[in-house]
Design a protein around this ligand. Structure first.
Ligand code: ATP
Length: 278
């Protein structure tokens, strides 16, 4: 059986409303991806070509994957979800064929979004090559460029890529007509953290009545999570609930001390050296 059967088309169900904050960013991406997919005629009328691809970069856990999925859901298009390193591990010896197959499938189910997470795995360093392009990373990258340049029915297949290491990306991918919209998705600011907490806590029984001494104060959570990623905020909420259950499996409410305990477990991991490359 061919390994190629593993290129799966997903139905994504992440909505913009599941993603806290980041309003400017959502708008930019809607314009770059959702508009051309949904209204290709408007771009034709204006005599402009929509981007073939966008690149999101920034620290892990800050919603790049969620954004890609929301783009697919809200544009009502099919979603093909690929991790860069998988191109080498899952399709050993067939990596270029996999790239061709992914684009073939995407055209077949168009309009569609191909999401390639960790696209830096395709490499930018040419140090190990013998110069004849026989390095597998180079060949996969070359195939990706061919496919991207060949997307002729503009707007119907869009590549959305993500990376934590934009410095490792081959510059050829960033030329005009390729991944030419580049968007930074950074650590959540105060407003974004507040919205993430509101989303994550909305179905959790937290103590919030004014008269309770133990009540959970969202303002405090927001100021205590400066430097935390969205994923770490999610983890804080999860751990607080686990603390309440550890204390009593019949617990019906999560109070301040549970969050306090959660903050001891979940600390921000994004390194300064990573932030410095952005
Ligand atoms: P990676 O680089 O590790 O793939 P990522 O940037 O793609 O990370 P996601 O996988 O989209 O990050 O986010 C991880 C988790 O963090 C999500 O499942 C979600 O629970 C939470 N999260 C991050 N940012 C937000 C946000 N703005 N709103 C709601 N949830 C968020």
């Amino acid at each position: 059986p061919s390994a190629m059967k593993e290129v799966l088309v997903e139905v994504s169900n992440v909505r913009w409303s599941d993603i806290g904050g980041l309003e400017d960013l959502k708008l930019k991406l809607k314009q770059a991806v959702e508009w051309p997919l949904r209204h290709p005629e408007a771009f034709a009328r204006m005599g402009i070509t929509p981007p073939r691809g966008v690149l999101m970069f920034g620290p892990p856990g800050c919603s790049k994957t969620m954004i890609a999925k929301a783009l697919a859901t809200e544009s009502k298009v099919n979603f093909l979800n690929i991790k860069g390193p998988e191109l080498f591990s899952k399709w050993v010896g067939e990596s270029e064929k996999a790239v061709r197959e992914i684009f073939r499938k995407a055209r077949q189910v168009a309009p569609s979004i191909i999401f390639i997470d960790e696209i830096d795995a395709l490499g930018g360093e040419r140090g190990f090559s013998n110069g004849n392009g026989s390095n597998v990373q180079e060949r996969v990258l070359a195939q990706l460029l061919i496919e991207l340049d060949g997307v002729t029915t503009l707007g119907s297949v869009t590549l959305v890529a993500a990376t934590n290491r934009p410095d490792k990306i081959d510059k050829a991918l960033l030329r005009p007509g390729r991944l030419d919209r580049i968007i930074y998705v950074g650590l959540p600011d105060e407003e974004t953290r507040r919205e993430i907490f509101n989303i994550k806590l909305q179905n959790m029984p937290i103590a919030k009545e004014e008269n309770i001494e133990d009540k959970v104060n969202i303002d405090d959570l927001v100021s205590l999570t400066e430097g935390y990623t969205g994923a770490e905020i999610q983890a804080i909420c999860h751990e607080a609930a686990m603390k309440a259950l550890e204390e009593n499996l019949n617990a019906t409410v999560i109070v301040k001390k549970h969050f306090k305990a959660a903050f001891k477990i979940v600390t921000p991991r994004t390194s300064n050296s990573l932030l410095q490359i952005y």
